[in-house]
Design a protein around this ligand. Structure first.
Ligand code: UFG
Length: 328
């Protein structure tokens, strides 16, 4: 297939892009490089450096490349930032997605895979979250992603768009060959921050809240390896048909608390990890853990990373060998 990947230079977008190229698909990355890295794409495919809000460039790219499908990763993704700057998230995520859908319509591209998030379940009280769990987003970021899910359904109903919505749990890890990993600037995600402390690149880790209703009082997340996310995207894009739509969780079904992540990083690195306790970070739900059954049963997803220590081990090697991330 020919696939255009918005946000193709980002963490999950570039992991997916590399996987798709390896599987024989033809790919073009579209990224404004505000968050993404040229080094994450270089050597794998063409990169169009432009913003999704730039409808003219988007249309031109679609007309030139004539993809069978678009994978839409490009978005603002920091939960904390979305509380401070909701306008940035609404513009990038909602107006940005409308720009993508309008360009797809104008160019007769009728298949979409969309990066949604478990954060849309937010304050839902189910211990394990299935695709049927009611969505109760707890942050502006999560509300923009939920709004976009509805936008996609409405476009599908009105215009025959075929779509697969993927609700990822917490993307994590690095490629086993050590060439691809997490590089956010500034970094706000837990596993990279803990590892940077373990490697002496940061002084200590701030733990955001120890008074959550969880066994050790810290937030629980379901950390899914980017290689497994990438294989799920391949299955999703190959299964998406014009005029039809579906939604899948991508998670492991196993939860790990902030304390458990710190312990896993301590074990992998063999180093002490100094911490300090801070108040809760606004917008953080206490627990988000998937029921990954539908993806496995419907599309035959076969994740390779089941344990958090395996995930952390790949991330550790990436951060140890790339203390400054990608060379750009
Ligand atoms: N945390 C800390 N200290 C830190 C950083 C994070 O205690 O320095 C805690 C957070 O409070 C949270 C957990 O670690 O409880 C995980 O935080 P991350 O920032 O790593 O991930 P989030 O769960 O907030 O968000 C990420 C992505 C979103 C995605 C979401 C799904 O950034 O795009 O996972 O939960 F939607």
């Amino acid at each position: 297939m020919k696939i255009l990947i918005t946000g193709g230079a980002g963490y999950v977008g570039s992991a997916t892009l590399r996987h798709l190229v390896g599987a024989g698909h033809s790919v073009v990355a579209y990224d404004n490089l505000k968050e993404g890295h040229r080094g994450a794409v270089e050597g794998f495919c063409e990169l169009v450096e432009a913003d999704i809000l730039d409808g003219d460039t988007l249309e031109k790219t679609l007309r030139d490349f004539r993809p069978d499908a678009v994978m839409h990763f490009a978005a603002a993704t920091y939960v904390g930032e979305s509380v401070e700057k909701p306008e940035y998230h609404y513009r990038n995520n909602i107006a940005g997605t409308q720009s993508v859908l309008d360009a797809m319509r104008a160019c007769d591209v009728s298949r979409l895979v969309f990066s949604s998030t478990c954060a849309t379940y937010g304050l839902a009280t189910d211990e394990f979250l299935s695709e049927e769990t009611p969505q109760v987003p707890a942050s502006p970021y999560a509300r923009t992603k939920l709004a976009v899910e509805w936008m996609i359904r409405d476009f599908s109903h009105a215009h025959g768009l075929g779509f697969t919505i993927l609700r990822y749990f917490n993307a994590s890890g690095a490629s086993p060959d050590g060439q691809h990993g997490e590089d956010h600037r500034p970094e706000t995600h837990l596993i990279p921050l803990v590892l940077q402390v373990a490697l002496g690149q940061r002084k200590e880790l701030a733990i955001f809240g120890t008074d959550y209703p969880t066994p050790d009082g810290t937030c629980i997340r379901d950390y899914v390896h980017t290689s497994d996310l990438a294989s799920a995207h391949q299955l999703a894009v190959e299964a998406t048909e014009s005029g039809k739509g579906d939604v899948f969780n991508i998670g492991t079904g196993n939860g790990a608390s902030v304390m458990e992540i710190i312990e896993a990083c301590r074990a992998v690195s063999g180093n002490e990890i100094p911490t300090r306790i801070e108040p809760r970070r606004p917008g953080d739900p206490p627990r988000l853990v998937a029921v990954p059954k539908k993806l496995k049963e419907t599309l035959g997803w076969d994740p390779q990373y089941a344990s958090i220590s395996d995930v952390v081990e790949t991330a550790y090697r990436w951060h140890r060998d790339h203390p400054d991330g990608y060379p750009d």
